[in-house]
Design a protein around this ligand. Structure first.
Ligand code: SF4
Ligand code: SF4
Length: 96
């Protein structure tokens, strides 16, 4: 599976190294879904590889891909509560 640069993996998952909560855009993701800190992105981003999940979440819009990703991993409810709390910090959204 080749990466289509769809952007979903920079929006859907929570990323501890960036204190990025579930379902919210990484602050480093540009409007055209590229990484603005590519040369100094965290190791977890460097290690991320396109895999079968990328195909499973294919959809016409980024919003739909993110929704499919969250559904796939059973994380939709948690992402919704993060959205409702308006919390942009993973550590604050998930205390302890
Ligand atoms: S979700 Fe998959 S295809 Fe989309 S940008 Fe990430 S690795 Fe690439
Ligand atoms: S740092 Fe770059 S590669 Fe990592 S999640 Fe953010 S935009 Fe994506």
């Amino acid at each position: 599976m080749e990466c289509t640069r769809c952007g979903a993996c920079c929006v859907a998952p929570d990323i501890a190294a960036l204190d990025k909560p579930l379902g919210l855009r990484c602050p480093h993701l540009t409007a055209d879904n590229l990484c603005s800190v590519y040369d100094r992105r965290p190791q977890v981003c460097r290690d991320y590889q396109a895999d079968a999940v990328c195909r499973l979440i294919e959809a016409p819009t980024l919003e739909e891909r993110v929704r499919k990703y969250l559904d796939l991993f059973g994380l939709s409810d948690e992402a919704e509560s993060v959205r409702q709390s308006g919390c942009s910090s993973m550590r604050k959204a998930r205390p302890g």
